[in-house]
Design a protein around this ligand. Structure first.
Ligand SMILES: [Fe+2]
Ligand SMILES: [Fe+2]
Length: 252
């Protein structure tokens, strides 16, 4: 496939994501009979748009995403789609620039499942409108370990994808620079995108931040030594050239 074809395919999937947004996410037939097939078509069309092999979308992955959508379709599910699309899209762009060799299938499926452990977090904590208290934060922090348990139970999940779920947040009290030194390049990229996307998304306790505010937040992380300045320096040109729509969704 030529690089022009790859760009066209990525633009197609990004515009399909924008169409999902325009259609109104809440109106799509996400729930009820036949939703498994709907889910598979949706996830396959996203991966097709990124030029990924069809095998990237497995039945087990679709099952897990459908379960996540039914459990927390208002926040964690669209967040996971956003992280998957932007991590895979941005990673692919960085590969094209010749500065990295990411496996885009792992970035996409790792993004989809990085927060899968939230299936074990009580819904009252996931949907709380105010700040979490200390105990709730401790419970929430377990979603990385739970994610590892869920994904390790499926022998078809590549180890780098498990690693993204387990390590996308620093450990409790862990030195932030030591954290960034021990994680994989793929997890480091995903964790950058995770922060960016969380800023862009609307939450019950915050509005969607503008692009400049998200980039400022990441720039501050560069000064703390926690984000690779080279990777971050490509983010504005990637956004300008390819667009980075963020799916907003909420329904109950
Ligand atoms: Fe997370
Ligand atoms: Fe996340």
């Amino acid at each position: 496939m030529s690089s022009d074809d790859r760009v066209d395919r990525r633009m197609a999937v990004l515009s399909s994501l924008e169409s999902v947004m325009l259609l109104g996410y809440a109106d799509l037939p996400w729930k009820g009979a036949g939703s498994f097939e709907r889910e598979k078509i949706f996830l396959t069309s996203l991966s097709d748009g990124l030029g990924l092999e069809r095998e990237v979308i497995t039945d087990n992955l679709v099952d897990r995403m459908e379960t996540l959508r039914n459990y927390d379709g208002g926040v964690t599910y669209p967040h996971s789609i956003n992280v998957a699309m932007i991590t895979a899209g941005f990673g692919s762009y960085l590969n094209e620039q010749g500065i990295s060799h990411y496996d885009i299938g792992n970035l996409f499926t790792g993004g989809l499942q990085h927060d899968i452990g939230k299936l074990y977090i009580p819904q009252g904590i996931l949907s709380k409108s105010g700040k979490l208290d200390v105990e709730e934060r401790e419970i929430m922090a377990n979603h990385t370990a739970y994610g590892g348990l869920i994904l390790r139970a499926d022998s078809g999940v590549p180890v780098p994808v498990v690693e993204m779920a387990e390590n996308h947040h620093p450990g409790d009290g862990e030195n932030i620079i030591a954290y960034h030194n021990r994680i994989s390049d793929a997890t480091r990229l995903l964790s950058l995108v995770d922060q960016y996307v969380a800023g862009r998304e609307e939450r019950s306790y915050k509005d969607s931040w503008p692009e400049w505010k998200c980039e400022k937040m990441l720039g501050e992380s560069v000064s703390k030594g926690t984000i690779d300045p080279t990777i971050l320096s490509f983010l504005p040109s990637y956004r300008k050239e390819k667009g980075m729509p963020v799916l907003h969704a909420s329904y109950s």
